[in-house]
Each structure stands twice: as C-alpha cells, then as structure tokens.
Design a protein around this ligand. Structure first.
Ligand code: NAP
Length: 457
C-alpha cells in the first residue's frame, strides 16, 4: 500500500507545492529517544553557551529571512512582507532570551528561619509543542527560544498545511549548531498527538490552536498528570471613546483587523464605538477597508492575501452569511477577488444581533464587526459577553476610562491607544476559553520548569 502523503497547497491558486511522508511509529520512537537522551546532557550546558546558540539562531533567521518567508507565503498565503517581518521577529525573541534568560532563571531567595531558602528553576525535559499555521514561525519560536534557554528540549508537531516551514524551523536550530535532539520536528498528524503526550519521555505539552484541539490536548495531559499550556482563540474587543484620536483609532483598527489577512488570535474582531463618534468612525473605517489591496501575497504592497485553506475560507463565508441573515448590515462595497484560491473580500458587518457568529464565534479572516455603544459600561458589558478572553483594546485619553477598562475587561491583556501585539518582553496569554498559562517574558521561560523549593537549615 502506498504511504500516506501530506500536501502543502498554495492557497492563492490551489496548486500542490510539496508532499511529505508522515513519520511512522518507529521513527517517532527514535525521535523521542533522541530527545530524552539529549535532555540529560542539555540541562547541564551552561547558560552562556545556550545563549550563544540562541544568538546564532537569530543570525540564521536574519540571513535566511527572505527564503523562509517565501515558503511561509507559499504554504499559507500571508503577504510576503508580513512573512519576512515574522521571521525577523523570531530572531528578536531568540536574542531576548539569550540576553535575559539567565536573569529570569536566577534563584528566588526567600527569608525564613532556615539558614538559606530559595526557589530554583530546573528544566523538566522534552516538551511537545502543537502549533498552528497562522504564524508558522512566530508561534513556534515564542515557545522554543525560552524552552531551549531553560534547558528543556523541544518536539514540534506543526499544523499539517505548513510542513515545509516546520522543517525550515528545525533547519534553523541545526544551522545554529544546537546539538542534535534539542529541537526536532515530528511530521505527524493530530491523531498521533495523544500517544506522544502519554509517552513517559515527554514531560509537558503546549498547544496554540482552536478550542476543540485545546480541549483534547488538555484532557489527555490531565489524564497523564502532565503540565499543559493552552493559547486558544480570541474575539478581541476594540473600544473607541470620544476622547480618542480618531484618525489613529481608525488606522489602528484596520491594521488590527486585517493583519495576517485577518487570521490572528489577537486581531481586533469586535469593534465597539461610542455613539458620539460612531458615524464618523464607521465612514472612515469603511473607506479604509474598501481601499485595501487584495491580491497576490508575493507582492510587497499587498494588504490582504488569501486565507490559508479553502476550508477556512468556506467556514468564514458561512459565518458572514449567518450573521447577515441574523440582521447584520454589510458596510463595505461588493468587490471581486481572485478565483481558484481561498479568497474572501475584506468586509465590515454592522450591528449584528446577538446569537450570530459576529457576537458568539471567532471569525478568522478579514471581517470586522462593528457596533454603536452608548457609554463605556455598555461597551465593556458587550465585550465581556464573549466566551473568549485573549486581548482587548481601548482608545481613550480619559484616565478614569482607562482604569475602568483595565479593571473590568475580561481578557489576558488590555492595550490602550494601540493594538494588541505580542512582544518577547511582555507576558502573553488568555483567560476564559482563550486558554491558560502565559508565554513570553519571564513567565514563558518558567512555564515548563520545576520551581524547586530549597530550604537549608
Ligand atoms: P487547530 O485546528 O486547533 O490546529 C492547531 C494545531 O493543533 C495543529 O497542529 C493541528 O494539527 C493540531 N490539532 C488539531 N486538532 C487536534 C486534536 N484533536 N488533537 C491534537 N492536536 C490537534 O487550529 P488552527 O485552525 O490551525 O489555528 C487557528 C486557531 O488557533 C484559531 O482559533 C486561533 O485563534 C488560534 N490561535 C491562538 C493563538 C494564541 O496565542 N492564543 C495564536 C494563534 C492562533 P493538524 O493541522 O494536523 O490538524
């Protein structure tokens, strides 16, 4: 019987780019052995040496940014300039942990009656990372850079539509000179994830992806009593109050919604605008959406490319239809998009009724939902109706409004007068059905560590 193949398909035109043979059970076993064996030595490698290797990984990423970016765009369709920026951001994350890792890992001294008491951070071992296609490099590096700095080793199960990128990431660590087994890409489907999590050689699992995948991975990790971290979906609120700089708010709202062709967990997805400025905001927002350049993602000036797969496009188109049937009004003009691929026009839906996808679901593509609100209480109440709690944005110059938003918005982050963005210096993660645990900053480094309590009498 011929071996099963997994294909990367260019979502801009439907052409098959490359086929891959998934790992069989024997090769998975070999990889897990390699990871476990490498960990025994990697945990003893001095921090300065680990930092040096991360700096070299940053150099590889920068040197090969355009090559890796091309593969990203071919596989999942994001505009090429954004793909290149993503690869370079990974270099910055590697440098961040190379520079600050040692400080993040320092013992925490605690004063007790003992002669000495402290918490020491010790690595746990091989960590499985189940990752999505939307930022094929960034999602992986924001896990891998701190994990490797911490002395853990990484096993990547990447989304099945971006396996060239998955292999490119392994290539980065190989070229940087990391010892074999520190970071391995496992070309496996989601049905193999359970046995890998349950394997004794694997000590923890992190997943970035959808709710159903998160539920399954967390249940298996829980049953195996292994730590897990979940970065799931979001339907971030973006609130604009009368004191805001309206021009900046509109510009930021557009970028927040259409970055990555709208396929970002922390995209602004639900826009709540105060009645006093609503008409002006809606007009400018619509004009800006209508002016977006939709087209070939390989072109440097493209704003919005195709979605990553036909299935994702079909799901979003269905959500839009259901919201329109449920009472939403489309503000943007009809426009034709290229054929033969996973294309959808950027659009704004206004005043969708509750119980429709606009209010209740994550819409993963360039579709903005807009509502008029009477005051900040109204905006926050509606914002918090979502099951998700990832990021949130407030545009306002009023300190009392900023305080209220920080206190009351149910989200893992509130950004004021700018869009939500992940940054290696800032912890990142969600609450509610957006997941649990934090990546990046010191939190990300300590996510999968034994915080060992030591007391010396
Ligand atoms: P997905 O379908 O959940 O896939 C994510 C990863 O999980 C893929 O590697 C996938 O493998 C795997 N997977 C799927 N079902 C699984 C299961 N039952 N058991 C184990 N693994 C499973 O998500 P996606 O559509 O690729 O990504 C989009 C979602 O990710 C959105 O909801 C987005 O908001 C969320 N996201 C969250 C963050 C964050 O930081 N919070 C960041 C980016 C994206 P296969 O491809 O082989 O199925």
């Amino acid at each position: 019987m011929p071996e099963r193949q997994v294909q990367s398909i260019n979502p801009a035109n439907g052409e098959v780019i490359e086929s891959f043979t998934p790992l069989n059970a024997a090769r998975i076993d070999t990889a897990l052995d390699k990871a476990a064996n490498r960990f025994r030595n990697w945990r003893t490698v001095p921090l300065a040496e680990r930092a040096e290797l991360l700096n070299r990984a940053a150099e590889v990423l920068e040197a090969k940014a355009s090559e890796y970016a091309r593969d990203i765009t071919l596989e999942m369709g994001k505009p090429i300039s954004q793909a290149e920026a993503e690869v370079k951001k990974c270099a910055a994350a590697c440098r961040h942990y190379a520079e600050h890792g040692a400080a993040y890992l320092q013992d925490e001294t605690i004063s007790t009656e003992a002669h000495r008491a402290f918490v020491r951070h010790l690595p746990m071992g091989p960590v499985l990372a189940v990752m999505p296609w939307n930022f094929p490099f960034w999602q992986v590096f924001r896990f891998a850079a701190p994990a490797l700095m911490a002395g853990n080793v990484g096993l990547l199960k990447h989304a099945s539509n971006v396996w060239r990128s998955a292999l490119n990431i392994e290539d980065v660590f190989h070229r940087a000179g990391f010892p074999e087994g520190c970071f391995q890409t496992l070309l496996i489907g989601s049905s193999e994830v359970e046995s890998v999590i349950r394997d004794n050689r694997v000590k923890a699992v992190t997943l970035t992806g959808s709710g159903p995948a998160g539920r399954s991975v967390a249940a298996i990790a829980g049953d195996s009593i292994k730590p897990s971290l979940l970065e799931l979906g979001g339907s971030d609120a973006f609130i604009v109050m009368p004191s805001a700089d309206l021009g900046k708010a509109v510009k930021t709202a557009v970028t927040a919604r259409i970055q990555n062709s709208g396929q970002s967990c922390i995209a602004g997805k639900r826009f709540f605008v105060h009645a006093d400025i609503y008409d002006d905001f809606a007009k400018r927002f619509t004009t800006a959406f209508d002016a977006l350049k939709v087209g070939d993602p390989m072109k440097a000036d493209t704003d919005v490319g195709p979605l990553a797969t036909l299935a994702i496009r079909d799901e979003l188109a269905d959500q839009v239809e259901r919201s329109l049937k449920g009472g939403a009004e489309r503000l943007t003009k009809e426009r034709t998009v290229p054929g033969n691929g996973a294309w959808i026009a950027p659009q704004i839906l206004a005043d969708a009724h509750s119980g429709t996808p606009s209010t209740d679901e994550e819409m993963f593509g360039p579709v903005a939902n807009l509502w008029k609100v009477s005051n900040l209480d109204d905006a926050i109440t509606r914002a918090n109706r979502s099951v998700f709690g990832l990021g949130s944005v407030l545009f306002s110059k009023e300190e009392s409004e900023i305080d209220q938003a920080v206190r009351e918005l149910e989200a893992g982050a509130t950004f004021v007068n700018s869009m939500v963005a992940s940054d290696p210096r800032l912890p990142f993660g969600g609450i509610k059905q957006s997941g649990y645990g934090r990546e990046l900053a010191a939190d990300g480094l300590r996510a999968f560590m034994n915080r060992k309590t030591v007391s010396v009498a």
